[in-house]
Design a binder for this molecule. Structure first.
Ligand SMILES: Nc1ncnc2c1ncn2[C@@H]1O[C@H](COP(=O)(O)OP(=O)(O)OP(=O)(O)O)[C@@H](O)[C@H]1O
Ligand SMILES: [Mg+2]
Length: 270
């Protein structure tokens, strides 16, 4: 692997990340032991941003793979390609990460089929190896390599959950939406919006999160609050921005929509 490969995946600028608790210290300790890490939490609460921040802080390249149910083990590990000169092996993202000592972030790992998931097993125990069966090569992971997976608890069906033999190869950190004060601060720093408007947006978020399980599958994420904040910052009226960014995407139920629309009107009345 050339240094160019490593440089390509390096995060050069510090990502903005506001810590919720002691997750930075805990992650650093886990990385120190090169323990595989699982980050759990609802959509849009800051998991991916946290991993980007940690990769930057630890000075490691980051390779992210969005997993899906059509993904095969070859998509992760690599395959032979046919070209004009014959066949040529191309490393997949997992193999590249293991070779260059990157942090490999498998986003939404449960979406992948179980036969795909098991390829990470030898990499995530004492062996720290990755067999490339088709190529007849055993890759020894670089000492700095670490595997990270994300997991949205609650979305899993029985068919789609991870096997215990996979789960029990990881340490895990729970994530949730930031506290109201912290979340408003995130909106201010991320979008440049004023504090009062940020606090109002968070209030709408909190209202919606209370409807989870009462007509809403999932509350409004920090990501959507950031969308609304940036629309308002760009000059869109708060009520319109909130309807478009916070309500229309998450539900088609007319009762819930009108409950949320009323909440928005009440919050942005003054
Ligand atoms: N602690 C935080 N510090 C800074 N920004 C944050 C934080 N939490 C959330 N955000 C903001 O929320 C957005 C969504 O976060 P992120 O993409 O990390 O969510 P996620 O948990 O990975 O969601 P998903 O499960 O859908 O992938 C970020 O782009 C960022 O703007
Ligand atoms: Mg993510």
């Amino acid at each position: 692997m050339s240094t160019q490969d490593t440089e390509q995946y390096k995060i050069t600028k510090e990502p903005f990340y506001e810590a919720q608790s002691n997750e930075v210290a805990l992650y650093s300790a886990a990385y120190g032991e090169r323990l595989p890490m699982m980050v759990k939490g609802p959509t849009g609460c800051g998991k991916s941003r946290f991993i980007e921040y940690m990769a930057w802080k630890l000075g490691r390249p980051l390779i992210t793979v969005a997993c899906n149910e059509d993904m095969t083990a070859s998509d992760l590990v690599g395959r032979y390609l046919l070209d004009a000169d014959g066949t040529r092996w191309l490393d997949g993202p997992l193999t590249t990460a293991a070779r260059i000592g990157a942090i490999c972030y498998l986003d939404e790992i449960v979406e992948a089929r179980q036969d795909t998931t098991v390829v990470i097993h030898p990499l995530t125990d004492h062996r720290r190896t990755l067999p490339l069966d088709k190529k007849g090569e055993l890759v020894e992971a670089h000492p700095d390599f670490q595997l990270v997976i994300s997991y949205n608890p609650g979305y899993q069906s029985l068919m789609k959950d991870l096997k215990q033999s996979t789960k029990q190869r990881f340490v895990a950190l729970d994530f949730d939406y930031a506290s109201a004060e912290l979340e408003a601060d995130i909106l201010v720093k991320e979008t440049g919006i004023d504090k009062t408007t940020a606090e109002k947006l968070v209030q709408v978020g909190v209202t919606a999160r209370n409807l989870k399980g009462h007509g809403l599958d999932e509350g409004i994420s920090t990501r959507l609050l950031v969308y609304a904040a940036s629309l308002i910052k760009g000059g869109i009226a708060a009520r319109d921005a909130c309807r478009m960014a916070l309500v229309r995407p998450i539900t088609d139920d007319s009762d819930i929509r009108s409950t949320l629309d009323h909440a928005i009107d009440a919050v942005f009345e003054s």
